[in-house]
Ligand binder design. Structure first.
Ligand code: UD1
Length: 430
């Protein structure tokens, strides 16, 4: 167990590089199982806890996976197993994107129900709806999903998702690539990670049109080949560094941040008074004082991303006036609020809406991260707080932010990472 100690109050300055996107890399790793022969090479795969868990799962299924820094090579020819181990599946939600590829390749898959951040009930009904439409017989019981394709294999179909689920869209796309005939996914998720997956699958030989729109059309092919692919930059990590820069009144260039993937964040920050200029290499952020209050609703892409809701709330505490945040994607995503209040934040939560009364004089405190983006929010708040903040639950941060403390240090932050003594008290506000 590690903890992070932050002495706040330093304006961040310099350049930070966005890593490859975790949420793109995870389904790409799952999709690498679709290549029967050859070696898939993925470049710019972030070295994160979730990625390590997915690599472990691929190996447990029989794939040969070699990692060299951010380059991952997957040889899946002998990946003949179709029942990933429960303990590892439970570690991350994205493990469930193995279901589509396993079903498409083996005609069979046995998956434990997935884990991940505890930010809502996170049902799997849309994944089931999509795979059943393709002809899969699915049985759910005792924490397991058992899926079987008919003897003639999966068949293309119209899949009308009730919710534009990212994971369900990815599972449907991967399964449909090897199904017979044409599949149309309507109300598909439009996130940049969906487009990245489509580019990867098309390079492998799949026929996919419309990725990035609510209607995706896939014509099945008999087989897919291994390719080399570079993962897109992480818009959530980049956005977190942009928010951190704004929080400290700093001047930071976020290298590889793609404005086309981050319109909703850029619009929100601009309305708060943050100045940004983007070029082909990234986005430069400069934040004058004071910042204006802001009202934001989270929404599926291209709306404001739920994954930036928590760090954005930390920034709203710096703004002058009353801001509101409405969380419209997940029903239990305000676990950072109690800890932000412990640091001096004035926040009321009613249902899906948080009201923030700024500007708040934030002070360092002992806080505990409860999930990945909550950890990012506490870190952002701590960077601007007076005095010292000690944050436990750092393993959550490690799931989504590569070398976070070291990168913030290069921007001038006073941040150290140490081991928690075995008997140390971990603050709980539950
Ligand atoms: C992905 C991202 C996560 C992000 C989320 C929303 C990965 C690994 N994770 O998660 O960081 O916060 O998108 O942008 O890419 N839903 C259903 N039924 C389903 C599936 C989902 O009702 O079968 C609901 C969920 O409860 C949630 C909403 O749909 O309210 C969005 O979930 P979804 O898009 O599926 O998120 P994930 O793919 O799990």
């Amino acid at each position: 167990m590690d903890r992070i100690i932050i002495r706040g109050g330093t304006r961040l300055r310099g350049t930070v590089r966005a890593s490859g996107a975790k949420n793109a890399a995870l389904p790409l790793l799952a999709a690498s199982l679709l290549a029967h022969t050859g070696t898939t090479t993925l470049l710019d795969v972030p070295t994160l806890g979730d990625v390590q868990a997915m690599i472990h799962l691929l190996r447990a299924l029989g794939a040969d996976v070699q990692c060299d820094g951010t380059r991952v090579r997957v040889h899946a020819q002998y990946a003949r197993l179709f029942a990933p181990p429960r303990d590892w599946v439970a570690q991350l939600r994205a493990s469930f994107t193995l279901l589509g590829p396993l079903l498409a390749r083996h005609g069979e898959a046995i998956m434990p129900l997935p884990g991940g951040c505890a930010i809502g009930t996170r049902p799997i009904d849309q994944h089931m709806k999509a795979l059943r439409a393709l002809g899969a017989d699915i049985d759910i019981g005792q924490g397991m999903v058992r899926a079987a394709a008919p003897p003639q294999g999966l068949t293309g179909a119209v899949i009308a998702l009730d919710v534009a689920s990212v994971g369900a869209t990815q599972n449907a796309m991967m399964a449909a690539c090897l199904a017979k005939g044409t599949t149309v996914i309507s109300n598909a998720a439009c996130e940049p990670e969906i487009i990245d997956l489509a580019h990867f699958l098309c390079a492998m030989g799949a026929h996919i049109d419309g990725a990035g729109t609510p209607h995706i059309c896939i014509t099945g092919v008999a087989q897919l080949r291994a390719v080399t692919h570079t993962v897109i930059p992480d818009r959530i990590e980049a956005g977190t560094y942009m928010i951190a820069a704004a929080m400290t009144g700093g001047r930071v260039y976020v290298e590889r941040a793609r404005s086309a993937h981050m319109r909703a964040l850029i619009v929100a920050l601009e309305q708060m008074g943050v100045q940004m200029t983007s070029d082909e290499g990234g986005i430069f952020v400069r934040a004058p004082d004071p910042l204006c209050a802001m009202d934001i609703d989270t929404a599926p892409h291209p709306g404001f991303p739920t994954d930036l809701q928590a760090p954005m709330m930390a920034l709203m505490l710096r703004a002058h006036g009353t801001s509101t945040m409405r969380e419209r994607v997940f029903e239990n995503r305000y676990q950072h609020v109690a800890h932000l209040c412990r640091m001096g934040g004035q926040i009321d939560v009613r249902g899906d809406t948080a009201t923030l009364h700024g500007p708040c004089a934030l002070v360092g405190a002992d806080v505990a991260a409860t999930d990945l983006r909550a950890a990012a929010a506490l870190l952002v708040a701590a960077l601007a707080a007076k005095g010292e903040t000690t944050m436990t639950g750092v393993h959550h941060l490690d799931r989504g932010y590569m070398e976070c403390a070291a990168r913030l240090r290069t921007l001038g932050a006073h941040i150290t990472r140490t081991k928690v003594p075995m008997r140390m008290h971990v603050p709980s506000l539950a």
